[in-house]
Design a protein around this ligand. Structure first.
Ligand code: UTP
Length: 420
């Protein structure tokens, strides 16, 4: 046995993960090398700590306060025009880049392949989520005569398929060289006993490290530098699974520029105090998001003098960052949160375990944990029916059926006037 095998074995013994080499002999030479490299690059100490933290109350002694926001539809007319003019200038000067986070596993949707390749049966013809977003960007490019550089974050799991999908579709006509792909980081998944999972291929079962991995991945893959070379000042970072995502919003840009904001987030009013969404707030004076699992009933129900919820601005995962804000956030890892997910894996007897029910732990960082590194953030409240059609579940709420209806209704509404 070579040196790296012995090194890997010693590492596994130290952390009680010896099962990972049980089927080593059955692998072909290439996979043998892959497996050893995987084992040697895992931070077992970090994983051990993450496992030990599961189920423990995250310390939460931060002072929570409401955060100011601007309602897009209540901005005074002159002010609105000013934001619009400034936002338009930024777009015409090519100051905006867009990142689409498409590295998620989309487990709830259960679609084979990257979520962006999911075809939504919209009018007048079905289109994939990638195509819908691409066309939204193309419209903005035409309007302002500048091409928005589009960066698509994938995961190791779906990068190849995503690229092939774009190539097969001639990049949906997006100008050559303006679409870039970059791959986010990943972490091993654990079973209930803290053992690292082996996938069907005999290699470690790794999963993307959450949308909060976007910053580390941007720095590691040279995207921040590339943006700076292109003179980019604003970076919209949004999801692949919202066909109504408004990525080049003049008002958001104008508002951010005037407020000298390091970041800006879109919100919509929480449907009711119990809705299971994270809401914008301040934690120890810094912009943040409080999750529905963290908020007390008293806070969730608290209202201001106008009867509006004090913590009622849902986080849409549609945020924009100033390039200096991104530099301030930096490449350091954000804290990990634990999710209990369905996974298919090989157990220590060599049997294939199919995850019909959640059976394993996955560790993810969240983009909004980065907000606390910034001093200020502008929040723009927009309308649900104009900007939010999430495709999360196979059926029922936030499913393709609800997204199609929302998308078709909105497109019908703006046919003549265009997007406000
Ligand atoms: P979600 O958190 O809804 O996850 O992602 P998901 O992977 O799409 O779906 P489930 O939870 O497995 O069913 C919100 C957005 O963040 C991206 C997703 O692709 C989506 O655009 N994301 C999520 C990443 O890019 N990487 C991740 O590791 C997680």
């Amino acid at each position: 046995m070579g040196n790296s095998y012995l090194e890997a074995k010693a590492k596994l013994e130290k952390y009680g993960q010896e099962h990972l080499l049980l089927f080593y002999d059955k692998l072909n030479p290439e996979d043998k090398e892959k497996l050893l490299n995987q084992i040697l690059s895992v931070d077992f100490e970090e994983l051990k700590k993450l496992y030990e933290q599961i189920g423990k109350q995250e310390e939460n002694d931060k002072k929570i306060e409401p955060i100011d926001f601007v309602d897009k539809y209540k901005i005074e007319k002159n002010q609105y025009e000013e934001y619009k003019k400034i936002g338009e200038e930024e777009l015409a000067e090519g100051k905006l880049a867009v990142i689409t986070m498409a590295g998620g596993q989309g487990t709830r949707l259960g679609h084979e392949g990257p979520k962006g390749t999911f075809i939504l049966n919209i009018k007048p013809e079905p289109k994939s989520l990638f195509q819908i977003l691409c066309e939204t960007l193309k419209k903005s490019n035409e309007k302002y005569g500048k091409i928005i550089p589009w960066y698509i974050m994938t995961s190791k799991e779906n990068n190849k398929q995503t690229k092939e999908f774009f190539e097969k579709n001639d990049f949906f006509g997006y100008p050559e060289g303006y679409i870039n792909f970059f791959i986010q980081g990943e972490l091993p998944m654990l079973d209930k006993n803290g053992k690292i999972l082996l996938g069907e291929d005999g290699l470690l079962k790794l999963a993307a490290d959450g949308h909060g991995g976007v910053f580390e991945a941007m720095f590691k893959s040279g995207i921040v530098e590339d943006m700076q070379n292109k003179g980019i000042e604003w970076v919209f970072v949004g999801p692949i699974d919202n066909p109504l995502v408004n990525m080049a919003d003049e008002i958001l840009l104008g508002l951010s520029k005037i407020k000298k904001a390091m970041a800006a987030g879109k919100s919509i009013i929480k449907a009711n105090p119990k809705e299971k969404v994270g809401v914008f707030c301040k934690k120890n004076g810094k912009p943040s998001v409080i999750e529905y699992t963290e908020i007390t009933d008293e806070m969730a129900n608290a209202t201001n003098n106008n009867g509006e919820l004090l913590y009622g601005e849902s986080h849409l995962n549609c945020n924009m960052f100033n390039i200096n804000g991104i530099k301030k956030i930096g490449a350091e890892k954000l804290p990990y949160h634990t999710a209990f997910k369905k996974a298919t894996y090989i157990d220590s007897k060599g049997d294939l375990i199919k995850g019909e029910e959640p059976n394993s732990y996955k560790f993810e960082s969240f983009i909004f944990d980065a907000f606390e590194k910034l001093d200020n953030m502008a929040i723009l409240r927009v309308k649900r029916e104009e900007e939010f059609a999430p495709v999360k579940n196979k059926e029922g709420v936030d499913s393709p059926a609800t997204a199609i209806e929302l998308y078709n209704n909105y497109m019908e509404k703006i046919k003549e006037k265009g997007r406000k």
